[in-house]
Every structure is written in structure tokens, then in C-alpha cells.
Design a protein around this ligand. Structure first.
Ligand SMILES: [Zn+2]
Length: 106
């Protein structure tokens, strides 16, 4: 079992809090999908990312620009030791205040 607190601390050293929190949320959603569909391996995920407002560390919800490179780095790291390990992440920026998991390929 990996120690998620130490992983998150070392990751947020390298990437922004929003990149990290969003990566964590996306991975959790995909793992839920994988569980539902009984997928044992995921090779590729496509996501679209808008302007995401997040609350953290006592701040109210606010928007910070999400870096695609940082988000990918976070996704790849959080995916370790899951069915998502080694998956390719395609990330597109979109208008609006949401994100979409467009496709999940095994
Ligand atoms: Zn923030």
C-alpha cells in the first residue's frame, strides 16, 4: 500500500495544488469506472479540462490555470500501482468550468 500523504507532498512540490487535486479526482473517477466495468488494465485515457475552481487549504473555491504538463505528471504518478499504471493520458483544454473524461481504452 502506498503512503498517499507522502506521495501527495512530494508531488505538490513539483506541480501546483490544482494540478494535483484535479489529477487525484480524475484518477478516482476512472478507477470507479474501471471497477464498475471490471477493467483490469487501462492503456489510454482522454480528458478535456476547462477552468476548474477548487477549494483547498482553507481557501474558498478559486481558479488557477491548470498546466497540461503538470496535470499529466500528476496523473501518471497517482496512477502508479493501479490498473492505470503506464496509461497514456491525452489532455485537451476546453472552454467552460468543467472537465470531461472523454474516453477510457483498455
Ligand atoms: Zn488554489
Amino acid at each position: 500500500m502506498l503512503d498517499f500523504v507522502s506521495v501527495s507532498l512530494s508531488l505538490t512540490d513539483k506541480i501546483g495544488m490544482h494540478d494535483f487535486l484535479l489529477a487525484k479526482e480524475i484518477i478516482d473517477k476512472i478507477l470507479e469506472i474501471a471497477k464498475e466495468k471490471k477493467l483490469s488494465k487501462i492503456s489510454k485515457v482522454s480528458v478535456e479540462i476547462g477552468q476548474i475552481a477548487l477549494a483547498h487549504d482553507g481557501f474558498d473555491e478559486h481558479v488557477e490555470d491548470i498546466s497540461i504538463d503538470n496535470l499529466r505528471f500528476g496523473l501518471e504518478n497517482i496512477a502508479k500501482n493501479t490498473v492505470l499504471e503506464g496509461a497514456k493520458f491525452d489532455i485537451d483544454k476546453i472552454e467552460g468550468k468543467s472537465y470531461n473524461i472523454v474516453s477510457v481504452e483498455t
